[in-house]
Design a binder for this molecule. Structure first.
Ligand code: NZQ
Ligand code: ZN
Length: 386
């Protein structure tokens, strides 16, 4: 196990009545609040009315930034930064999925500097010195943004999708009510599950592979996600299944599964240009990329992939080599994605073969596990995904 630092200050309110804790959280924050949300799902579900009533009861002055798009773009962040600067915003309340939360985090640091937020934080990765505090109400389990310090923003003009991490962008609190996810369309549930599993894989498939609490937690989480997804897709109002999917997605990126691990993130880096250039949903892109990445690189860590096959998919290893068992586990992974209706190919995502060269050129090669990833590897993986 590698040495590690673990820090996570996010207060979680989880459960059917989690929203009732919003007033106690609002009591300790400033009066001027920026309410950030997406394209309208929170209005359709009635959540907007419930939240704004609570803000009003708490005596807050509310400013709104609506229309945050999936794969949130720099324009929305600039709009939010201007609103914060013009109105001396003291607290940001993000209500939605990862896109709304990530946009809010970028606004939080961008509003406290005179520098251009994109250049300073998402290109130069300067350390933020100050940020507006924020809280979240999560409506889509997937990204883990509600309990992590990351934000991912797309610059549509340059075709870049970059991330930024800061301890200042941990939410102060996050409200997780699984019943708020009942209104999700099936494809968003599936995308969220693909993202959650991909996060766990990015951590689990990396050195060291010695016995560890962290990996045991990861295996338990994967088994729970797979079983809860099957149940939730059959009965979308199964509370226990929804609750397990929600907590697993949050837990996956809260830092606990990083502890003692090198971590990978190459599949995420291959996916980011797909979203940045073709506006593909992040989870959908990962469902295509990650199983191919596993297939391509599993030969460099056959025992680890074989362990995954046995522990997560129940593959019988008797009489087989580690690599054979590893391949069976990866086949189970692809079959599970097919079973739940996740996309399998670049064609499913509307991405032509002619784009591969450009997508590979845009891929950040700085992250990998077991074997350094080259641009040729990225091209080969994307060709496998055709
Ligand atoms: O915009 P609205 O109308 O709210 O609709 C959204 C959106 O269209 C809809 N939705 C959300 N909750 C709903 C709902 N529809 C019905 N009922 C509900 N309860 O779902 C659509 C997708 O939402 P979005 O927030 O884009 O999805 P997700 O949570 O998957 O976020 C994806 C973004 O997060 C980034 C991704 O790259 C992508 O930009 N990530 C952030 C990470 C982080 N901060 O740590 C890590 C991840 O790896 C990821 O990169
Ligand atoms: Zn992700």
């Amino acid at each position: 196990m590698y040495d590690f630092r673990f820090y996570n200050p996010v207060r979680i309110h989880f459960g059917k009545d989690a929203l009732t804790h919003l007033p106690e959280e609002l009591a300790s924050v400033g009066r001027k609040i920026l309410l950030v949300y997406g394209g309208g799902s929170i209005k359709a579900s009635g959540l907007y009315d419930r939240v704004t009533a609570m803000l009003q009861d708490a005596g807050k002055e509310v400013f709104e930034l609506s229309g945050v798009m999936p794969n949130p773009r720099t324009e929305k962040v600039y709009e939010g930064i201007n609103l914060c600067k013009q109105n001396d915003i003291e607290f940001i309340l993000a209500v939605g999925g990862g896109s709304v939360i990530d946009c809010s985090k970028a606004i939080a640091v961008g509003a406290k500097t005179e520098r251009d937020f994109w250049q300073a934080f998402f290109v130069n990765w300067e350390e933020a010195k100050d940020a507006i505090p924020l809280g979240t109400i999560l409506t889509l389990p997937a990204t883990g943004s509600e309990m992590d310090r990351s934000s991912v923003i797309t610059n549509w003009t340059t075709g870049e999708k970059n991330g930024y991490d800061s301890d200042l962008t941990y939410p102060m609190f996050s409200i997780l009510d699984p019943t708020l996810t009942y209104t999700l369309p099936r494809n968003q549930i599936v995308n969220g599950v693909a993202d959650t599993l991909s996060h766990i894989w990015e951590l689990y498939f990396s050195e060291p592979d010695t016995e560890s609490v962290t990996d045991a937690l990861a295996e338990a989480l994967m088994r729970s996600v797979i079983s809860a997804t099957r149940t939730a897709l059959k009965d979308p109002t199964d509370y226990v299944a929804r609750a397990n999917i929600m907590w697993a997605s949050t837990f996956a990126l809260c830092g606990m599964l990083n502890n003692g691990k090198k971590t990978d993130w190459a599949s995420h880096n291959i996916e980011h240009p797909l979203s940045a250039v073709f506006d593909v949903a992040h989870g959908a892109g990962l469902a295509v990329v990650h199983p191919n990445y596993m297939q391509y690189f599993c030969g460099y860590a056959p025992e680890r992939y074989a362990r995954y096959a046995v522990q997560v998919w129940g593959v019988d290893p008797a009489g087989k080599s580690s690599l054979e068992v590893a391949h069976e586990g990866i086949r189970c992974t692809r079959e599970f994605f097919n079973e739940i209706g996740a996309p399998a190919t670049l064609t499913d995502l509307g991405i032509p073969e002619s784009a591969i060269e450009d997508l590979a050129a845009r891929t950040d090669l700085s992250c990998w596990a077991y074997k350094e990833m080259t641009r040729e590897d990225v091209k080969a993986i994307l060709r496998m995904a055709l």
